[in-house]
Ligand binder design. Sequence first.
Ligand code: KIV
Length: 272
Amino acid sequence: MSTVSQSAKRITVHTLKKMKAQGEKISMLTAYDYSMAKLVDEAGIEVILVGDSASNVMAGHETTLPITLDQMIYHAQSVVRAVKKSLVVVDLPFGTYQGNSRKGLEAAIRIMKESGAHAVKLEGGEQVAESISRILSAGIPVMGHLGLIPQSIYKFGTYTVRAKGDTEANQLLADAKLLEDLGCFGIVLEKIPNLLTKEVTESVQIPVIGIGAGKHADGQVLVIHDMLGITQEFNPRFLRRYASLSETITDAVKGYINDVKSKDFPSEDEQY
Ligand code: KIV
C-alpha cells in the first residue's frame, strides 16, 4: 500500500493535511537554486522551503534581515523551474509584511506571480494576523512560523531555545490556534521544548513542522547546507548531518588544483 505522499502526483497543502490525519510524517528541506532543488525534488521531499536563510547560507549575511523581495523571488524562480512534485513554499522577507498588511499582500502576490511558487511563509502570530488574513483572502496559502523567529533576532538578542517559561509557552499555543483559525495550512515551530511541540501538534488539525522542536511535530525541516555539512560553524544540538560535503568539496578542489599544477589535467583523452 502506498503512502499519501507517494500516491500524490504533486504535493499540495491538502496532501499535507491528509498526511497529518494519517500519521505520515512530512519531510521538508530548504533549497535556493535550480540544481539543488532538482536533486531534492527527485529524492522525494514533500516540501521545499525557499527560506530567507538564503540570506545566511547563499549571501553570507549574519542574519536573515538583509535579503530583499527581489532576491527571494530570484531564488524562488530558480527552485520552481526544477521542481516536478514538491510543494514550494517561499519566505516573505523581513519588512514586507510587518505592520502593513497591504504591503504584505503585494509582496505575496509578487512571489506567486513572478516565481510560480505554491505558498508563502511568514513569521509571528497575533501581531501579523492582519497580513495573514489579507494574503489568505487573495487565495494564497500561508504557512506560519512561531518560536524562534529569526527576523526578530534583535528583539530577543539570542538564538537560544524559546518558550521555556509558561507565559511565552501559553502565548505560543494561543498563536498556533490563531494561525489555524485564520486559515494557515501549516506552522513551522523553531527551537522550542519538545513537550510544547507535542501540545501544539495535538491542539491543531493543521500540520506542524519542527526545526529543533523535537520528535512530536508532524514533520521536520532543516536548512540543506547544514544537513549536508556544507556549513561548518553551525552546530546546534538539533542538527543531524547526513553528509560532510565541506570535506568532499575541499578535497575535490585541492585535487583539481594539484592536477592543474602538475599538468596531469587535462590528459590526452580530455582534449579535442
Ligand atoms: O529560512 C529558513 O530556512 C527557515 C527554516 C529555518 C524553517 O525559516
